[in-house]
Design a protein. Structure first.
Length: 117
């Protein structure tokens, strides 16, 4: 039985590059922090607040190691606040203080068909 990963838990990612080795040998060297649970997927983040989504079975709780600086090819981060808006875009502030204009369709809740308030 797998346990639920609560926000703030540190995890390692299971790499599937080595198919015939033991599971403990396939873990990433860096740690990532769980940011949120999204149905059967988990959102994890690095030290620079970049985020990525992984299925629960690819994440193993761990506390040994160093927190990863970034997640390769990851999104900018979790939206902290909406600052301004115009007809088709929102100016948002991400965790870590970075601001950017994004299309309204990109501001979604856990289900992609529901736009957040």
């Amino acid at each position: 039985m797998t346990t639920r990963l609560e926000p703030g838990t540190t995890v390692r990612i299971v790499n599937e590059n080595k198919p015939f080795t033991k599971k403990r040998s396939n873990l990433s060297n860096e740690l990532y922090t769980v940011a949120a649970n999204e149905w059967s997927n988990i959102i994890i983040k690095g030290a620079d607040y970049s985020v990525a989504t992984f299925p629960r079975f690819k994440l193993i709780p761990s506390s040994r190691g160093k927190l990863a600086k970034s997640i390769d090819n990851a999104k900018r981060g979790i939206v902290e606040a909406i600052i301004d808006s115009n007809k088709d875009k929102y100016k948002v502030r991400y965790e870590g203080g970075v601001t950017d204009w994004i299309p309204k369709k990109n501001v979604r809740e856990g289900r992609p068909t529901i736009q957040s308030p």
